[in-house]
Structures are given as structure tokens and as C-alpha cells.
Design a protein around this ligand. Structure first.
Ligand code: 48H
Length: 260
């Protein structure tokens, strides 16, 4: 076989195997931001079959850009253990004990690498356009290539079945909106709907991100900014400890729910 064919055949075969093994999951995570990456790593470490579906070419969500494109972020003491689990470096801020700066590119790449090395699969350039809602239960995701979505091409999607779905889509809580608007699901919130994110209040937002990380409908969980948006928490800017701790909490809750 010509080397040109060897390369193409190997890629098609290898990707097909990966995709086939990703069609039936324990946990399907939507979005590859920092909270999702921690959840993916922890779930995979616990032997749970998990895959992340990320719309963009590069997973990592809002991590890369730091604060206003200064590629540094801040993480507080409570979440330093999670950075250490991923071997991501950090240094304490002079005069602000308990708060650390770190390079946002190291954080994004470290989270992605750590999740993959633990055994999580990441499907990039894949957009989740719908959920599977069968006999009153959330059963999985409906996926398509992002370029198909962006170009508005009339191409039917594929489905991924999962015991649990984690909405890690960040500020827009896309999966929760699909759930309420298309499946008419009543979420476990005061109104049954997404309450909507509030303005900036750093310490409140950090705490509520973790608090709001939970199951909102049987089999449907939210983490990170998505969880905060669902429950009307405050935003917090470029501090990421809450996101990391939210991912860890989501993994614990989901593992307990699916009995692993
Ligand atoms: C596939 C999708 C879809 C879809 C969205 O926003 P993220 O970085 O996620 P979090 O919640 O872990 O982190 C939030 C943090 O980055 C942030 O924005 C902070 C701290 N803001 C504070 C403030 O004050 O503004 O990533 C979400 C990811 C992105 O990569 C999207 O592309 C992806 O989800 N995504 N992927 N299918 N339907 N929707």
C-alpha cells in the first residue's frame, strides 16, 4: 500500500474505533472547559467510561485567554490540590496569602492532557445540538460536526447514549436550555427553568459555582459556569478555583449516582 494510503487508512480506522467506543458511555460531558476537564479526569480515574464533546477545535474553554488576554489566571488555596493532581504549576501572590497565579496556557493544556491520560476521550470540533429524551429520561446526546452547524448544512446528526449527561457548556448552559425548551423538562430550580447568571461578585460566585454543581433532572447534571447560570449565581472573572472544585464535585455526584 502506498504511504499515502497507509496514513489515511490508519487515521480513518483509528478514529472510527474511537468514535464507536464513544457512542455508548457511562458519562457524556458537553463542553471541554476547566470544570469539565476535572470531572472527566476524576471519572476516568474511577474507571468510568467518559467522553467530552467540545464544539471548538481546541478544548480548554475560557482558560486560554486568562484575564483580558493577559495569559495568567488566579486559583485559591482550596483548589491547589487539584492543580497538583494535574502537575500544573502555580505561585502564591505576594501580599495575598491563599491566592496563586498560574499560566493559563499551562493550565488549559495540563487539564486536557491530564483528562486524556486518565482515560477520558475528547471529541473536538463536535457540537452537541440536542439531547436524547426517551420515556421521560435523558438518555444521551445528539452530535454533529461543528462546521456542519456553523455552515447551517442540512445534515442529520448521530447519537451518543449515556447513563448521565454533564452540562459543562459554560455561561450559556446550552444543554439545560435544550432540556427545558425542547424536552419541556422542569429543572430542580425555584422556577423549573434556568434562572440566569448575575453580575460580578467574586467570592459569592466562587462559592455558588461549587454549591450549584448538582443534578437538575434525573441523569442531567451541571458544572462550572453552567451550574451558576442555572441557579442564578454571580460571575467571578478570571479566578478558577471554583471551576476546578465544581468539576471534582460533579464527578463525585455522578459516580455515586451511576453506582461506580
Ligand atoms: C459542544 C459546547 C457546546 C455545545 C458550549 O465556559 P467554559 O470555559 O466552561 P467552565 O464552566 O468550565 O469554565 C468557565 C470559565 O472558563 C469562565 O468562563 C469563567 C470563570 N468566567 C467568569 C466570568 O466572570 O466570566 O467552557 C465551555 C466549553 C467551551 O469550550 C464551549 O466551546 C463548549 O463548552 N460548548 N461544546 N457542544 N453545545 N456549548
Amino acid at each position: 500500500m502506498a504511504i499515502e494510503n497507509v496514513i489515511s487508512t490508519a487515521i480513518v480506522r483509528s478514529f472510527s474505533e474511537k468514535l464507536l467506543s464513544g457512542l455508548d458511555l457511562d458519562v457524556a460531558i458537553v463542553g471541554g472547559g476547566p470544570s469539565a476537564m476535572v470531572a472527566a479526569r476524576d471519572l476516568a480515574t474511577a474507571g468510568i467510561k467518559v467522553a467530552v464533546f467540545e464544539r471548538k477545535l481546541a478544548p480548554g474553554g475560557g482558560t486560554w485567554g486568562g484575564g483580558m488576554l493577559f495569559n495568567e489566571v488566579v486559583v485559591q488555596d482550596d483548589a491547589i490540590g487539584i492543580l497538583d493532581d494535574f502537575a500544573i504549576g502555580h505561585k502564591e501572590i505576594e501580599g495575598a496569602k491563599g491566592y496563586h497565579t498560574l499560566d493559563s496556557v499551562e493550565m488549559a493544556s495540563g487539564l486536557i492532557f491530564g483528562a486524556m491520560k486518565a482515560g477520558a476521550r475528547i471529541f473536538n470540533s463536535v457540537s452537541v445540538e440536542d439531547i436524547v429524551f426517551k420515556e421521560g429520561k435523558v438518555g444521551g446526546l445528539v452530535i454533529n460536526w461543528t462546521p456542519v452547524e456553523r455552515l447551517g448544512m442540512h445534515v442529520d446528526p448521530l447519537t451518543v447514549m449515556a447513563k448521565a449527561v454533564l452540562d459543562g457548556t459554560g455561561h450559556p448552559s446550552e444543554i439545560m436550555h435544550l432540556a427545558t425548551e425542547k424536552a419541556q423538562i422542569k429543572l430542580d430550580t425555584p422556577t423549573g427553568n434556568v434562572l440566569g447568571e448575575k453580575p460580578m461578585w467574586v467570592d459569592s460566585g466562587e462559592a455558588s459555582t461549587v454549591e450549584n454543581t448538582r443534578e437538575y433532572f434525573p441523569g442531567l447534571f451541571a458544572c462550572g459556569m453552567s451550574a451558576n447560570n442555572v441557579m442564578g449565581g454571580y460571575r467571578m472573572g478570571p479566578i478558577f478555583g471554583g471551576m476546578l472544585m465544581s468539576g471534582r464535585k460533579a464527578a463525585k455526584l455522578i459516580a455515586a449516582k451511576i453506582g461506580k
